[in-house]
Structures are given as structure tokens and as C-alpha cells.
Design a protein around this ligand. Structure first.
Ligand SMILES: Cc1cc2nc3c(=O)[nH]c(=O)nc-3n(C[C@H](O)[C@H](O)[C@H](O)COP(=O)(O)O)c2cc1C
Length: 202
């Protein structure tokens, strides 16, 4: 398992050009989405929603909202990861529903909701988006583990993406796009700082 995981890590790279001729099997797409579903989230709120864009004509429109990046149209599919916004407000009822799963009694739920009120004074959108990035990482590694390439894409205009897909920006923030498909070019060399520069033991 250790070797297999490392192989997936080494296989994954930000694929810049996909082989347009290779279609994506629905079972593979589902495998990747399942990894996103199983991702960890703060308080188990699962503050993500996924729009799978397969339609080619729609992806042509989407590409213009994503700095014209070719991955959008050469990929087999693009997963648009949406971060919950309005639902995360304590009064929305969503948090209550999600927290209810973690506690045994109504009293515990009220305590949890009080804590929730306290922690939601900060930047809810940044909090939500950060968790979407965790789901994205899990999905990329799941994809790599079945030989599927990916590219995480933060290069987009959120308003334009929302308009192309009819997303209500009061409810959702576009967190990240994840292009999936099969590489059309060899994997480039990887550049990473050595662990010695990144890690400090105390
Ligand atoms: C949040 C995020 C946003 C990114 N946005 C883009 C993007 O818009 N277009 C792109 O080609 N690569 C994008 N990348 C890929 C990075 O450029 C890439 O991961 C980095 O250069 C390291 O290369 P590697 O992933 O191939 O190892 C993004 C990566 C992350 C994590």
C-alpha cells in the first residue's frame, strides 16, 4: 500500500494537455467523485458540491471563463467544485442538520450550535473553499491511483464561471476546477524543495 500510494503521488502532475480522443468512463468518474465525498471536513459539514461538466459545447464556453486554458476542452470532464456559502450561516438549518449526525442528544446539538455560532464570525467563504481544496486533493490522488490524469485549476473568473453554469453566487463560491482525462504529453520533471528546507523537528 505504501508503494502504491507513492506511485499515485508520483504519477499525479498538473496535466496541461489531455488526449481529446480518450473518453472518460463513468465508473472512473464515479470513483473520483467518491473520493471527494469521503474527504474530511471541519465539523463534518461537507461544504462542497460538484458539478461534472462533460458537454463539449458547454466546456467551450467554460474555457473562455478560465483564462482560455486548454485543459478545459481537452479533458474528458471537468469537475467544478463549489464551496457552500449561504448554507454555512448558522441560521440556514444546514449546519444543524449536519451537526445532528455527530451528537446523541438535542442538548448536545444545542451546545454544538453555540460553538458553531462562535466560529462562524470569521471568513466563512475562505473556510469553505479551504475544505474544497482538500476534497480536490483526494480526488486527484484517487484519479492517479487508477491511471487518470488531472489538473487543479484556480485560473478562472468566478463571476464568468458562475454565469456559464448558472450558479447562484449567494449560495456557492466557485472553489476550484478539476480537469480529468488522459495525458497527451509525457509527464514533465517535477520541481520540489527538499524536505530539509520544509521541515523542522522539535
Ligand atoms: C489551487 C491550485 C490552482 C492551480 N491552478 C492552475 C491553473 O489554473 N492552471 C494550471 O495549468 N495549473 C494550475 N495548478 C497546478 C500547479 O501549477 C501545479 O500543481 C504546480 O506547478 C506543481 O506542479 P505539479 O502539480 O505538476 O507537480 C494549480 C494548482 C493548485 C494547487
Amino acid at each position: 500500500m505504501r508503494d502504491e500510494f507513492m506511485r499515485a503521488l508520483q504519477f499525479r502532475h498538473a496535466c496541461k494537455l489531455f488526449d481529446e480522443k480518450r473518453a472518460l468512463a463513468r465508473a472512473d468518474l464515479d470513483y473520483v467523485l467518491e473520493a471527494g465525498r469521503l474527504s474530511p471536513s471541519s465539523l463534518g459539514l461537507e461544504p462542497w458540491r460538484f458539478i461534472v461538466v462533460e458537454d463539449r459545447a458547454l466546456r467551450r464556453h467554460l474555457r473562455s471563463a478560465c483564462w482560455n486554458q486548454s485543459q478545459i476542452t481537452t479533458a474528458g470532464a471537468v469537475i467544478v467544485i463549489l464551496a457552500l456559502k449561504a448554507d454555512l450561516k448558522p441560521e440556514s438549518g444546514y449546519a444543524r442538520r449536519m451537526l445532528r449526525r455527530l451528537v446523541a442528544t438535542d442538548g448536545e446539538l444545542e451546545e454544538a450550535m453555540q460553538i458553531y455560532h462562535g466560529i462562524t464570525h470569521g471568513d466563512l467563504v475562505a473556510w469553505s473553499v479551504a475544505q474544497c481544496h482538500i476534497a480536490a486533493a483526494d480526488m486527484m490522488l484517487a484519479a492517479a491511483s487508477i491511471g487518470l490524469d488531472s489538473c487543479p485549476m484556480g485560473g478562472f473568473e468566478p463571476e464568468a464561471v458562475a454565469e456559464v453554469l448558472g450558479i447562484d453566487r449567494a449560495r456557492f463560491e466557485v472553489a476550484l476546477l478539476l480537469a480529468l482525462g488522459y495525458r497527451a504529453q509525457p509527464q514533465p520533471p517535477r520541481h520540489r524543495l527538499p524536505l530539509a528546507e520544509l521541515v523542522e523537528y522539535r
